[in-house]
Structures are given as C-alpha cells and as structure tokens.
Design a protein around this ligand. Structure first.
Ligand code: TEU
Ligand code: CA
Length: 568
C-alpha cells in the first residue's frame, strides 16, 4: 500500500448547522467554524469535513443542493468560505467538502430548466419517464425516505422523475456524458479553490441497473427496497474511474466515499493503490441488526456483534487500503447511546468505546461532540422531530401496527436528530452555541438538556474528562514512535472468541501494541501474549496494573477498562 500524507492524520466531521452560531440567529455558520479553528487544532485533529453548506432549501439539511457554486446565506458567503480555507491552512488544517452528486435539489437551475423543457438539454440531466393516465409507475422502488421514487415533473401531467431520496432530491443521470462534464467542472472548481478533497455522498446510488425493473414487494406499502437494484447495477467503476482521472488524481485530492453495497472484489478498485477514492467508511457496525422492513424490526446488538463487525471489516480490507472508521456521524444516533448497553453512560465506558475503535487499522474520524461523550437527546413527542427519515420510520412502524408510544421510543433511539443537536460548548444559555442570541432567537434544534453538566467548558477543566481522554488518544496515535505499529502495522484480533472483550494487536516493524477493552460491569482476567513493557494508555488511571508480577502472563481488567499496552 502506498503511503500518503493523510494516513497519519485524524479526521473530524463538522455539522455546520449545529457547530457554532456566530451571529445569533440560531443556525451555526462558517464564521462560527472560523472562531473554533483554534479549538480544533488544539484537540489535535487535522482534516475537517464540512457537511453541506451550499445554497439549499434544506429539505434534507443541505443534501439537496440548489447551487453548487455558492454558499447558503444562512451559513455565510463565499468570502467566508475563502476565509475559512485560508485560516484553516494557517493552522495546518485541511478542509474537505461534502460532494453530493447522486442528486441535486428540485430548486437547482438544472431541474427548473428540465421542467421547462423536458426534451431539451437539462431534461437529459435527470431520469424522466412518460407515464400515461392509468399506467403504473415505471418501477416499484421505495425511496430511502419512504414512498415511491417517482413523482410527477412539475408542470407536466404525464412525465415523472426519479428520486431515490426525498422528492426534493431528483437523481442526476450519470449515464449522460454532458451531465458528468458539468459535475467534473464543479469538482475542479472547488479543488482549485484550495480545499483538500471531498467526502462523497451516497455515491453507490449513481449507477442504476438498466433497463429499470420492479422487484418483489417487501412491505405493506407495496414497494421494494432498492438494495437489490444496486446489487444488480454493473459498471459504476467507469464513472468513478473517470471522476478520479478528471478531478481527484490531478489535484492529488483526499477523498472518502460513503459506500454501501460494495462488492468484495471491488474493494481494491475502490481504495487500493490508485483506487477511485483515498478511503471509504466502514459502516459494518452502524448497519448491524438493521432490517429492510423498518427501524422497529431492527435486532438489538451486543458487544460481541460489534466486535465481529469491526474485525470483519479489518479482515476484508487487510492491507489493501485504508478504511475510515467512525463511531457516529450526522446520520446516526450518538455512538455512546447506541453501542454501549442501555444505562451504561459513565465516562469510563465512553472512553473504553473510544479506545476500541480508535486504534484499528485505518483513519479514525471523530464526529463533532463525540469528543465530549455527547449522548442521544430527549424527544418527547413526534412533533419535536425534525429529521425526515425519523418521521418516515415512525410512519412505517405505525403502519405495521406498533403502538404509538412504542413507535416513538424506537425511532427516537435511532433518530438522526440525536447527532444534530447543537454542540455543547458551555453550561450557559443554549449551551454556549450562540455567540450572542438575537432577541427571541433559539437554536434551530433544541440543545440536549444534559448540557449543564456535559459541556466542553467543564470537561476542559477536568483532567479525567472524556474530552481530555480523546486528546490522549489522538496524541498517542500521532506519536512518531508508534507510527509503524499504530498507522501501518497489521491488525491481529486477540482473544476473538472471548465474550465482552474487544482486544487486538497492532504489529509494526519495531513495536507491538496490544489494545484491550472490557465491555461489562464485571472484571475479567485475560491472558497476555507476552510481557508488557509499558502502559501507554489506561482509562482508569487509579487502577493498579501489575501485569508483570512474577512473570504472570495475565491481566485483570476492571469493568469497562481499556488499556493500550506496549509489549516487548
Ligand atoms: O446518506 C446516504 C444514506 O441515507 C445512506 O444511509 C443510505 O441509507 C444508503 O445509501 C443505503 O444503502 C447520505 C447523507 O449522509 C444523508 O444525510 C443524506 O440524507 C443522504 O445521503 C441523501 O443525500
Ligand atoms: Ca448563524
């Protein structure tokens, strides 16, 4: 595997709407991010992914882009963006943008022109189909946010357009070379501006299995999940290879794909040397237990499920490339609320969870607030929900006869809103999210009520906080003494079959490190594969670690303890 500058870094996702509001209108903005750059540098992260800030009606929080070449006024101006890129650069930070090109917004000029003239140039930018009155829709595919993927083209009775996400997100027709040229022009325009690359949204969806056909109905709504269509689709590599050659490679851009449904044999093509992307996310843990029939049918997950998913990806990728590892993102509930057993929310358990994922082979990502141990929020009624996918899943549960109270409990646990509440900077008004609140202004989404205790100000002052532990994790990963082991070393699962223990070795040329985590209240005594030379990290500083006593090759881990040990 080729060595690249970004492999030794740590990446951080910013959800701009909820990060920091500089002008008190309740919406986080680019000037807000600029004000917090010193914070991010001191945390130790290097690569900053911004969720979309382009002009957008925000039907799907910016993942519906109306103008790829401008910033939404709610977030600021293009001048602010240029300033952000420059200020980040001064601090050695890299900005990457969100590239959303499976679809645009129905308010994008391309779509408006397609409505005006479906036969013209822009009509061919989309998937349009004629449906005469009384005829069925072209396919029975279900959109990701519920309902059919086909809607009537505004201004036309018998023309329909395809949207695999929300109806305000019409799919772009990648089969059309003219559309692809427009996309590449836009990508290069941004890279020329000085951003370091992109996180690439929902990219697997750009290739449709053609000719389109219907699939077996799998829910009460009479529709079919599009997973099968994506698996049948052949030839996405032609588009991705072209995009790499025309845009990413000439700029040596850092890119990470949001890839689901990839075929195992395609992994080297995706992230091997010279692949389509620099990296892609490991979603094996986040999709655990998920049912295509709805969130209410998801299976509960155990610590062992988590471990096997994590190792599964590691074995699949091996040394072919560098996977991107996450505990959470803006589409998921908070990792500590999802992966730790119900009711376990102590700082020790949060630190243990962080230790387990942080040192596997790949690029670790931190989602804003994760470094504080931010938790799922409190949502008391469905009216309080903002996220369109939560609203859809509530409907799905109700239609499947789940009692309303139960349906609410289930969807709230998995809601994307959990990740989208404002960042908890202080214990003061609005968790310090708004620099100066304009009269009557409130955060666009209520802050998590736990902000009085759980916030950066309090954690920065506490040496034992989750936040200070994350700083140690980052420091250790970047310690040049351990680069051979922690960045480039092999990952070897250890005691893989021991329940409630996630342990692995990272073996470099000069060092071997052992990461051990105990996922239960009770202590566990575990064998060691060799003598311990040094304890590099311990989430329970006051616990007594004497692994070498009398040459005994075993160690007692307290409940929720995490250790990083250097063997020798
Ligand atoms: O997410 C894509 C998305 O919804 C996946 O989780 C999807 O379920 C997957 O492709 C299934 O195979 C991205 C963004 O992160 C999200 O916020 C947007 O809502 C979505 O794309 C649409 O742009
Ligand atoms: Ca603002």
């Amino acid at each position: 595997m080729e060595k690249k500058w970004w492999q030794t870094k740590v990446a951080y996702q910013i959800y701009p709407k909820s990060f920091y509001d500089s002008n008190g209108d309740g919406i986080g903005d680019l000037q807000g991010i600029i004000r917090k750059l010193d914070y991010l540098r001191d945390l130790g992260v290097d690569i900053l992914w911004l969720s979309p800030v382009y002009v957008s009606p925000l039907a799907d929080q910016g993942y519906d882009i109306a103008d790829y070449y401008d910033i939404d006024p709610r977030f600021g101006t293009m001048q602010d963006m240029d300033q952000l890129i420059a200020e980040a650069k001064k601090r050695g930070l890299h900005i990457i943008m969100d590239l959303v090109v499976n679809h645009c917004s129905d308010e994008n000029i391309w779509f408006r022109k397609a409505c005006e003239d479906p036969e013209g140039r822009y009509g061919k930018f989309f998937y349009l189909r004629t449906v005469k009155p009384g005829e069925p829709l072209p396919t029975n595919w279900r959109s990701y946010f519920g309902g059919p993927v086909w809607d009537r083209l505004p201004g036309h009775d018998d023309i329909y357009y395809l949207h695999v996400f929300h109806k305000k997100q019409p799919d772009l027709n990648w089969e059309n070379p003219d559309l692809r040229e427009e996309v590449y022009k836009m990508i290069n325009w941004w890279l020329d501006k000085g951003i370091s690359g992109f996180r690439i949204d929902a990219i697997i969806n750009i290739k449709k299995a053609l000719p389109m056909r219907s699939y077996p109905v799998d829910r009460e709504d009479g529709l079919a999940d599009i997973g099968q269509m994506l698996e049948e689709a052949e030839g996405i590599g032609e588009f991705l290879g072209e995009m790499r050659d025309r845009c990413f490679a000439p700029h040596d851009a850092f890119t990470v794909g949001e890839v689901f449904h990839e075929k195992p044999e395609d992994i080297p093509l995706f992230i091997g040397d010279g692949g389509y992307f620099s990296s892609m996310y490991d979603f094996a843990e986040s999709v655990l237990g998920q049912s295509p029939r709805g969130w209410h049918r998801n299976d509960p997950i155990t610590p062992d499920d988590y471990k096997h998913a994590l190792f599964g990806t590691q074995k699949k990728i091996g040394n072919t490339g560098f996977i991107s590892i996450i505990l959470e993102n803006h589409d998921q509930p908070r990792g500590v609320s999802y992966f730790l057993p119900e009711g376990v929310r102590t700082p020790a358990a949060k630190k243990m969870l962080a230790t387990g994922y942080f040192f596997v082979r790949g690029l670790p990502w931190i989602y804003q607030g994760q470094e504080l141990g931010m938790e799922n929020t409190v949502i008391r009624s469905i009216e309080e929900v903002d996220d369109i996918s939560t609203l859809d899943q509530y409907r799905v549960a109700i239609e499947d006869d789940v009692p309303a109270e139960e349906a609410l409990r289930i969807v709230v646990r998995q809601s994307r809103d959990n990740a989208r509440t404002p960042y908890q900077w202080t214990g003061g008004d609005n968790a310090g999210f708004m620099e100066t609140a304009a009269p009557g202004a409130r955060p666009w989404l209520p802050v998590n009520p736990n902000y009085r205790e759980l916030n950066l100000e309090a954690e920065a002052a506490d040496p034992d906080s989750v936040y200070n532990y994350y700083r140690q994790l980052i420091r250790l990963r970047k310690d040049p003494a351990y680069t051979d082991a922690l960045i480039y070393g092999d990952l070897v699962p250890y005691l893989e079959e021991t329940s409630n223990a996630l342990c692995y070795l990272r073996k470099g040329e000069s060092h071997t490190l052992l990461i051990m985590t105990n996922w239960q209240d009770a202590p566990q005594t575990l064998p060691l594969p060799g003598q311990v030379r040094k304890v590099l990290l311990n989430n329970m500083e006051d616990s007594d670690i004497r692994p070498c006593d009398g040459g005994a090759l075993s160690i007692r881990l307290e409940g929720w303890q995490a250790l990083v040990l250097e063997l020798g």
